[in-house]
Design a protein around this ligand. Structure first.
Ligand SMILES: Nc1nc2c(c(=O)[nH]1)N[C@H]1C(S)=C(S)[C@@H](COP(=O)(O)O)O[C@H]1N2
Ligand SMILES: [Mo]
Length: 188
């Protein structure tokens, strides 16, 4: 009976038993030569993308929200309706704050500037982002305000003292109450 087993199979079985590992058959000589050739072609350095360059724009940049920064900025009236309630508020365009602090260029955004966004953080941990491109008057041209008064009164502690309001938006989900920080970030 044992004489019927081919001698090569017996050799293979004994090799596995001695190392305890699966054995891999060597590739035929012709195949090895072909794959070596294609590897050399695939490593032509002229065909490689340039490595990522570090962003020339600082990130993250914390935008000051103190009275000294906000006081000289233009104030506007803001009327906004959400959840069937209309608010009459006063505040500063977010665009004006970003431009005054150098985080938004005066010219239309281009190139890497299109990857920047504004992160708004609230004291209760709520956060929302707006892209700079949304705010750019030549792109999204969306109005967002930092308000400090509504219905002729300063905001309550629950809402303020500062709140974001985007009057063009149907749902007030990004109208961040208890605004604590504004940070301009380049998308990683
Ligand atoms: N700080 C903070 N701002 C917030 C929220 C929040 O939970 N915390 N909720 C948002 C959502 S989802 C909505 S709908 C509105 C609710 O605003 P209102 O309480 O003035 O109606 O606030 C937004 N701003
Ligand atoms: Mo909401």
């Amino acid at each position: 009976m044992i004489r019927l087993v081919p001698p090569l199979l017996i050799l293979g079985l004994s090799a596995c038993a001695s190392t305890g590992q699966a054995q891999r058959a060597p590739a035929p000589a012709q195949e090895t030569a072909a794959s070596e050739t294609s590897q050399i072609e695939g490593h032509d350095p002229r065909l490689h993308a340039a490595p990522p360059q570090p962003s020339p724009i600082a990130s993250p940049v914390i935008v000051p929200l103190d009275a000294a920064t906000l006081a000289p900025l233009p104030r506007e009236s803001v009327t906004a309706t959400a959840h069937e309630r209309t608010l009459h508020c006063e505040g500063i365009p977010l665009l004006a704050l970003l431009r005054a602090t150098g985080t938004m260029p005066a010219e239309p955004l281009r190139g890497a500037q299109l990857t920047r966004y504004v992160q708004a953080d609230a004291r209760d941990g709520y956060r929302a982002v707006y892209s700079l491109a949304e705010l750019d008057p030549t792109l999204g041209n969306r109005k967002v305000f930092i308000v400090d008064r509504c219905e002729g009164k300063p905001l309550t502690d629950d809402d303020g003292p500062l709140r974001l309001i985007a009057p063009e938006e149907t749902r007030p989900a990004r109208w961040v109450r208890q605004l604590k920080a504004i940070t301009v970030i380049v998308a990683p």
